[in-house]
Design a protein. Structure first.
Length: 318
């Protein structure tokens, strides 16, 4: 039997491979793995957060995995539509035991996926995923009475916390910049433009009206030509196009060159490396491309003209 988890969680056609029943099982199994590692102390139950992108199937998968977690004694906060990096950040910043993101990233809207973040905001290791898969259909004793988990909603608080984090992390005033954003009708439709505005930029937005069916549809980082045209049309200084869960982007500047962070992003990463290099030790602050992204292109740069480039497995663990 093929491994259920791929390079970035469980992903497949929603309501076919990825059914509500499977989501409940994943929630229950993840809760059991969680309690194996960190047993509940006294009346303090483990905590999880669950976020999603804008796919219609995410609505029922959100409820299903939350039900599986709570039925196994985990308190769940459903934070609604947020980018994948937001779930990683919130898991770490609020000392959450488990983060869950429901998304199929840049895939077409009929697909969906479930990925897990361990304490600290890091993606679950292979061993943890294997343990979850092994427990999917195993019989177990479920908690009852006051031992069951509770489910609450926390969209507004989570949105603002992530926006504040993004603005504080840059420490840069964007006043005077006109930035065009293509939100791909995805997870960054709200918080992406809001964060740029909070940093002072004038923001012009396209493809930020998700209806559950239009995520990534001829929009976002997989269709950067729309952003190119929009930047020229509105006279923006630059443009940013996200993918469905906003864990990758493409950007466009007035020199008519696209730089895609996930596909052909050597200019972006090299620039980041040069920004750090004069101020930091490049051996201590390396740029870390993934095997399937831009490592080979970066390796074409002249030696000594950038930061150290260790190589990491595809899927974003780190």
């Amino acid at each position: 039997m093929a491994r259920l988890f791929g390079t970035d969680g469980v992903r497949g056609l929603a309501n076919d491979l990825l059914t509500p029943a499977l989501a409940v099982q994943l929630g229950e199994a993840a809760a059991r793995v969680l309690t194996e590692k960190s047993p509940a102390k006294g009346n303090k139950r483990p905590r999880a957060i669950v976020g999603r992108d804008t796919r219609a199937s995410g609505e029922f998968l959100d409820h299903a995995i939350s039900a599986g977690l709570a039925a196994s004694g985990v308190d769940v906060t459903r934070v609604g539509v947020l980018p994948t990096p937001a779930i990683a950040y919130l898991t770490a910043a609020h000392d959450i035991d488990l983060g869950v993101m429901i998304s199929a990233s840049h895939n077409p809207f009929p697909d969906n996926g479930i990925k897990f973040f361990a304490r600290g905001g890091f993606k679950l290791e292979d061993a943890g995923e294997d343990r979850i898969e092994a427990l999917l259909t195993a019989e177990h004793e479920r908690p009852t009475g006051a031992a069951v988990g509770r489910v609450i909603k926390g969209e507004t608080v989570a949105d603002q916390a992530y926006i504040n984090h993004l603005v504080a992390s840059t420490g840069t005033d964007l006043s005077g910049l006109r930035i065009a954003v293509d939100a791909a009708n995805g997870a960054a439709s709200k918080v992406g433009p809001a964060a740029l505005r909070a940093a002072g930029a004038e923001v012009l937005v396209i493809n930020a009206s998700p209806d559950g069916l239009n995520i990534n549809a001829q929009a976002g980082s997989t269709h950067p030509e729309q952003l190119q045209n929009y930047v020229k049309f509105v006279g923006a200084d630059m443009g940013v196009a996200y993918d469905g869960d906003a864990d990758r982007f493409a950007h466009y500047v007035r020199k008519d060159k696209i730089a895609a962070a996930a596909a052909s992003g050597r200019p972006v990463v090299a620039l980041c490396g040069k920004v750090w290099r004069p101020q930091r030790d490049p051996s201590a602050y390396p740029v870390c491309p993934t095997c399937k992204s831009i490592y080979e292109q970066m390796s074409q740069s002249p030696k000594g003209n950038g930061p150290r480039r260790p190589r990491f497995p595809f899927g974003g663990r780190g």
